[in-house]
Design a protein around this ligand. Sequence first.
Ligand SMILES: [Zn+2]
Length: 249
Amino acid sequence: MSPRNPNLKSKEPRRRKARLPWQQQVNPAFADLWRARKENRERGGILDDKRADEALYGNFKRMGEAQRRLLQKPRGPDSITDAVWSAILAPLDGEVWPWPVSDPKVELKDSYAQNPEANSIFRTLVFLEHGITFRELVTRSEAQKGEEAREAHDMLLRVHRDWYRMRWEGRSFEAMKLRFNMDHFGIILDGIDYGLEKLDEAELAECLDDICPCGREKHSPDYIKKLKIEILRVCRKLVADRHPGTASL
Ligand SMILES: [Zn+2]
């Protein structure tokens, strides 16, 4: 800025404020929890049973300890994380939920056969595959007519096919081509309140290289930037549009 005329802009380039490393911007308990989950997944590659058991035990201890530290800093009242999961799992009208019913008189063997659509993993699959909730998908397939109804039924059938692949062919969420990768969706949604949202794309990619259990050694900053924007957009819209039937969320 010129000392004679304060309105004249300085020709010196503006210096970008130095940013802290991602480790100092993200809640360390959050990072530890996801890192332990990542190591837990990797333990599948340990062939020696004894070493695998020891690694599993050590990881569960670390996960529990990180979770306790995280609980000391509860999410704020404006947090959308729990509301998003509640909306994804929201029951249909009149549906008994959660299932199976926690009635001590009902033995597990009596509660079969179960409806696969009533399973929380099925409902999560709907959202990861199509970006809308099970409740919304059923509403579209039942309330719409013509091409829209057919399209919604096709979407539901695609989830059933992926459910079969997961349930009976042993495919993981990660092995299926879904709109949102389960790990990336979970980590970004979980991290909103713990500093992840404020990371720039390079920091976020570096953070995920360290803590994400998906198996990639490197995350592309461009991909991860677009993904974060899309996940946050879909989640915020989901909470804003939630159905009156889920108003207690
Ligand atoms: Zn990843």
